[in-house]
Design a binder for this molecule. Structure first.
Ligand code: S3P
Length: 187
């Protein structure tokens, strides 16, 4: 309850923007993939390689169960987490879900230029653009169940963090009847 949840495709900026907006709002920050790695003691690519996607999705559901027991967090979810109908319902229930929408070309550019080099097993393909376009089309309907969609292409991190912060504060006012304690604007 009372969490700001970021959903969307790989490389839409969920982790970076989530961490930044959490700092601005003085909320705690959780990344579901990171949580799964801590919970299982294994990396995401190892889980996919050794046990397959179904095992990863089971770990993801368990991680969400545990994470959603806490309040007032910014939660960045893995790109497939919001596709599962049960996860979708639990994430929407009493939380603000924001979809970060990104163009397939941007995803492929970011995958190529990623400094962290974090492997995405589902995007490992000889034709990454085609793979991204297909997977995005499969997920379009699921992502459209977010409360708010924000396009991230051609916008600075500063603008996006500002918009996420504003959306959260107005959601808090509308749904909870009390303003959240926000950090002062730093420029
Ligand atoms: C996945 C996205 C990844 C990670 C896993 C599966 C997906 O997270 O959860 O590799 O199904 O799209 P990011 O969205 O952070 O890349």
């Amino acid at each position: 309850m009372d969490n700001l949840i970021l959903v969307g495709f790989s490389c839409s900026g969920k982790t970076t923007l989530g961490r930044n907006v959490a700092r601005r709002l003085r909320l705690s920050f959780v990344d579901t993939d990171h949580f799964i790695e801590e919970m299982t003691g294994r990396t995401i690519p190892d889980i996919f390689r050794e046990d397959g996607e179904a095992a990863f999705r089971a770990a993801e559901r368990e991680a969400l169960d545990r994470i959603l027991q806490q309040r007032h967090q910014v939660v960045s979810t893995g790109g497939g987490a919001f596709v599962d109908p049960d996860n979708r319902q639990r994430l929407r229930d009493g939380n603000l879900v924001i979809h970060l929408q990104v163009r397939p070309e941007t995803v492929v550019d970011r995958l190529r230029n990623s400094r962290s080099g974090r492997p995405r097993p589902l995007l490992d393909s000889p034709d990454p653009l085609n793979r991204v376009v297909q997977l995005m089309a499969d997920r379009r309907e699921a992502y459209s169940a977010a409360h708010v969609t924000i396009g991230v292409d051609d916008r600075t991190r500063y603008e996006l963090v500002g918009e996420l912060r504003r959306r959260w504060l107005s959601w808090q006012r509308a749904h909870r009847g009390r303003p959240a304690q926000a950090a002062p604007l730093r420029r």
